[in-house]
Design a protein around this ligand. Sequence first.
Ligand code: ATP
Ligand code: MG
Length: 238
Amino acid sequence: MSEFYKDNSDDDHVLVLQDVYKIYKLGQSEVIALDNVNLNVDKGDFISVMGPSGSGKTTLLNIMGALDLPTKGKVFINNLDLEKLDDSQLTKLRRNEIGFVFQFFNLIPVLTCFENIELPLIISGMKKNERVKRVNDILEKVGLNRHREHKPNELSGGQQQRVAIARALVNKPSIVLADELTGDLDSHTGEIIMDYLETLNRSEHQTIVVVTHDIKVAKRTNQIYQIEDGTFISKLKT
Ligand SMILES: Nc1ncnc2c1ncn2[C@@H]1O[C@H](COP(=O)(O)OP(=O)(O)OP(=O)(O)O)[C@@H](O)[C@H]1O
Ligand SMILES: [Mg+2]
C-alpha cells in the first residue's frame, strides 16, 4: 500500500481515491492513464499536481470531480461512494460541491463573459438580483470588470481562463479543481489568481486542487504531488 494512502475512517476527508485505475481501450491496445492511485484530500487542503504531458493529470482531476468514473477502484466525495449514486445524484453533487476549471476552459461561445459566469447560478435557481451581485463581485476579483460584455473569442487566453475560474468559483463549491492553472496567464495576473485562491482557501476553507506546469504556482500550495505514468512518484510539502 502506498504512502499516499491513509485510512478513510476519518470524516474530514472530502475526497478519497482508493486503488484507482483508469484504462482507456483504443482498438486492441490499452492506455493505463491511472495506475493504482491512492489519495486522501482533507477539508481545506490546498494541493497541486505536477507531471509531464500525458502522465494522467486531467484524467485524475476528472475522476476527482465525478466527471468520469474509474475503471477500477473507489472514489468517495464527502464520504459518498460515487458507485452508489445514480445520475441525478451525481449531477447534483457536481453542481453543488465541485467547481471545475477545464484545461481548455469550455466557455460557451455565444454567451458574454458575464453570462458565462452567471450560468451555474441560473442552473442552481438563484434569483436575478442576487446573481448579478455575485457575478459583479467575482468579476471584480478576477479583474474582468471591463470585459464583462465580451464573448470568449474577444478575450485573450489568460482572460478566458479567468472567466473559467470565475465560473468555477461563483457557486462557492466546497471543492475547486483547476486543470493547468495559470498556464496561460501572465505572471502578474497569475499572482492575483493565486492570491484569490489562497484567500478562499484560508477564509472559506475551500478545498483546492490545481494541476500546473508552473513550479511557482505549485510552491504556493501546501503539498505538491508528482505524477508520472499514472502513478504518484512523490509528495512534497511546501
Ligand atoms: N479519452 C481517451 N481515450 C484514450 N486515451 C486517453 C483518453 N484521454 C486521455 N487518454 C490518454 O491517457 C493518458 C493521460 O492523459 P491525460 O489527459 O490525463 O494527461 P495529462 O497529464 O493531463 O497531459 P497534459 O499535460 O498534456 O494535459 C495519455 O496517454 C492520453 O493519451
Ligand atoms: Mg491535461
